[in-house]
Design a protein around this ligand. Sequence first.
Ligand code: GAP
Length: 462
Amino acid sequence: MPATSMDSLVNLCKRRGFIFQSSDIYGGLQGVYDYGPLGVELKNNLKAAWWRAMVYERDDIEGLDAAILTHRSVLKHSGHEATFSDPMVDCRKCKSRWRADQIKDGKCEKCGSADLTEPRPFNLMFKTSVGPVADEDHFAYLRPETAQGIFCNFKNVLDSTSPKLPFGIAQIGKAFRNEITPKNFIFRVREFEQMELEFFVAPGTDDEWHAKWVEARVAWWRAQGLESGNLQQYPQKKEELAHYAKATVDILYRFPHGMEELEGVANRTDFDLGSHSKDPQELGLKAKVDENKDSVVKLTAPDPATQKPLVPFVIEPSAGVDRGVLAVLTEAYTEEKLENGTERIVLKLKPHLAPIKVAVIPLARNKPEIVEKARQVKDLLLKLGIGRIYYENSGNIGKSYRRHDEVGTPLCVTVDFDTIGKGEKPELADTVTIRDRDTMKQVRIRVAGLAGHIAGYFSAAR
Ligand code: GAP
């Protein structure tokens, strides 16, 4: 069970270049974060693991990358314009604003006053003007979820790839919400990324598919290193469900600030495809009309039994990338007491998520033969295509190991005098040491067998 504090994570993330406050040099933009040199690798690795599980390992899911800027009609049809809001209250004393459902004991978190306004809905969508005229007729929304891009491209994907029900469309991308109180580091932010699957099924099979996807998603998070004791399933109560959902199971994780939602798996029924097939004139909107049918584009697929068109139901596992990054960091962060009385911080990330896969360390940086050999070893390992291989030239082996423990590098390969045949043991020429992050054990191996050894390690660790 992680006993990691948020402070130690925030500290490590800044110190080692994982995550920074955005616009920091100008005082920071609240609820917005930037991913640094190691953070971008970790985040990309998490996204790649999701994409692999969803798109590459299955034959019933296609990928998509839809635009962020979204036509107003899309979010009017989807119900977001009318209902995508949180209840907000104002503190009459200090003028701060809060989410009504997160207020503790009916008091303002800033000044403690109980003199609060009645809750009123606050729409979370960001608007931006499009084109040179900035007025009410020329704006788009920044999408509040990636899902709508999938629903709007449903017919395009169906026509171009001819899948049969059940099938899915997967997408990873940015979403934006003007959260009233962003907090807990990257847990609740205003700009974030989602990994969303819309899995279309025949009506009547939706409950069964919903249960299957909850199970599959919990198993996937476990494969990213999250312990089962830190994961929980929470079926939402009726009054908690989003406007589109018939049932939702939240997958919760034990974050440093508490057990909170990491992913939601919703049964969205035929709500979205149905809504986008509605006559836009009902909503006072324009939409593309199917020229052959003189009607609105109908988002249907053939019924697997009768081949007649039906509006599929959809099961949606929707995970937050940033919350995923926070969860794997929380789980991996470990402070260890060593036998010699010293302490180390080690990030026990699963190897496929580690930002740096292997650090190659020349023992002496002023010995050209050692440096050249280390460079050759780096190039050799780079060809494996397993991810970032880091040439670590700090000159202090102890410090290098500590640094790589802290950023989660699973293996360090050291090139020394023995490697170049100038050590005390000539029989060790053309060998290197490999140090394991978690056990700190070192083994000596021939350079000729190094690539095979490292490739074997990373494929076995998946
Ligand atoms: N398409 C469904 C949907 O967007 P959601 O429960 O609102 O459902 C899905 O969001 C996931 O997106 C959440 O489980 C969470 O991981 C992530 N998420 C939502 N709002 C977020 C925020 N403000 N900051 C970070 N992640 C967020």
